[in-house]
Ligand binder design. Sequence first.
Ligand SMILES: [Fe+2]
Ligand SMILES: [Fe+2]
Length: 196
Amino acid sequence: MINSETINKINEYLKNEFLQDQARLQHIMNVLKVALDLGEIFVVDKNALKVAVLLHDATKMLDFKENYTLASKMFDKDVLNQVPIPCLHAYSAAALAKVKFEIQDQDVLNAITYHCSGRPKMSMLEKIVFVSDYIEEKRDFVTDDLRELARVDLNKSVYNIMLQTKAYLIKNNKAISDLTDLAIKDYESEVEEFND
Ligand SMILES: [Fe+2]
Ligand SMILES: [Fe+2]
C-alpha cells in the first residue's frame, strides 16, 4: 500500500527537481487535478493515482543518456530500443518510482510507463493517467468536448486521443509507438465486436 509519507517524499523531490522549471511542475499539478476528478468518477485508489501522476514526468529534464541508463534498471534493452525517444522519459520515470521510491504496485508502474504511448488493454488507472496528461487545462489544443467525453466515456476518449496523437506525429514526421498503433487497432476491433 502507498502511504502519505511516500507521497510527501515525492512532492519534496519534485519541488527540488523542478526548481528551474515551474511550468513543468505546473503541468504535473494540472494533470493531478483532472486525474483526481476522473478518479472519483471511475473509482480508482487515490494514493495510487497520486503517485502515478506525480511521477509520470519526473524524469523529463534528463537527457537521452540519463533517461536510458535509468530506464535500464527496470527494462531490457530490447524493450527500450523500441521506444520512440520522446516516450523514453516514461520508462525512466517508472524506474525512478521503483528504485528510488520503492513503488511495487505494478498498476502504478504501468500507468507511468504507458502514459506516453498508451497500450492495448489498459487498466482504469492507466487510462486515467493517459487521458489526464492530454486534457489538462493548459493544453490549448484540446476541445471542451474531449474534456467532457473523458468524464462520460473514458475508453472512447483514450481512442480519440490516440488518433489525434497519431495524426500529429504523422504530420510532423515523427515516429509513432507500436503500442499506440496496437491499442488503436484493439479498440477498433472491440467496438466492431460490440456492434456485431
Ligand atoms: Fe510525459
Ligand atoms: Fe505529462
